[in-house]
Ligand binder design. Structure first.
Ligand SMILES: Cc1cc2nc3c(=O)[nH]c(=O)nc-3n(C[C@H](O)[C@H](O)[C@H](O)COP(=O)(O)O)c2cc1C
Length: 186
């Protein structure tokens, strides 16, 4: 069976997350055999144990990035983790072959609803366009891009409206089910 590593890039899952907290909580329940790494709680000082992180990646067959869209990409915490851990000689370069052939799945949420992500829409571009750097990141590391699971409309501003909150909760649970379905199909 494939070894799955899920890395949470939220900057404050405990105090300042609604959707990612539900997604990860549900995923842990329905996919208990995967390994879960919470960058915010494990590294409150953002000082990563690079060797540990590289070993986790090395041991995985499937790597999942779980994060909220923060300014159209991964949160700063996750970006720093990428910068520190995915280094020349490990993930890329003539001797950096540790991740070759691993499958890479991106799972993310956004505040803006899905339909605003289209050419000429409020968000300017289809959501896929914002994933180009991650696609190329996977390619540069020799990983196989297996697509993404995305849910929009999980808005920070709606957290105090009960009806919207219930809808967002259902959507976050469904998101986790979609991730699990994708992973089980591999
Ligand atoms: C710093 C910051 C930047 C954000 N940038 C975006 C963005 O670029 N596009 C978007 O649709 N939502 C954006 N949002 C909204 C988040 O994506 C949304 O609140 C998150 O996906 C919900 O997940 P959570 O409840 O786990 O935090 C941003 C929120 C914050 C706090």
């Amino acid at each position: 069976m494939s070894k799955i590593l899920v890395v949470s890039g939220h900057t404050d899952l405990k105090n300042n997350s609604f959707a990612n907290k539900i997604i990860l909580g549900h995923l842990e329940k329905i996919m208990p055999d995967a390994e879960y790494v919470y960058l915010d709680s494990q590294y409150p000082d953002w000082n990563f144990d690079v060797e540990l992180e590289q070993n986790r990646l090395r041991n995985a067959d499937v790597i999942v990035f779980q994060f909220p869209f923060f300014w159209y990409g991964v949160p700063s915490l996750m970006h720093k983790w990428m910068e520190d851990v995915f280094v020349h000689g490990f993930s890329h370069g003539s001797k950096g072959k540790a991740l070759v052939g691993k499958k890479f799945l991106v799972s993310f949420t956004s505040g803006a609803p899905e339909d605003l992500y289209r050419t000429g829409g409020v968000q300017g571009y289809p959501v896929d366009d914002f994933l180009i750097p991650l696609k190329q990141f996977a390619k540069a590391c020799g990983m196989e891009w297996i697509g993404y699971v995305y849910s929009g409309g999980l808005s920070y501003a709606s957290r105090h409206d009960d009806e919207k909150l219930n809808r967002m909760k259902a959507k976050a649970l469904t998101h986790a089910e979609r991730v699990a379905e994708k992973l089980r199909s591999l």
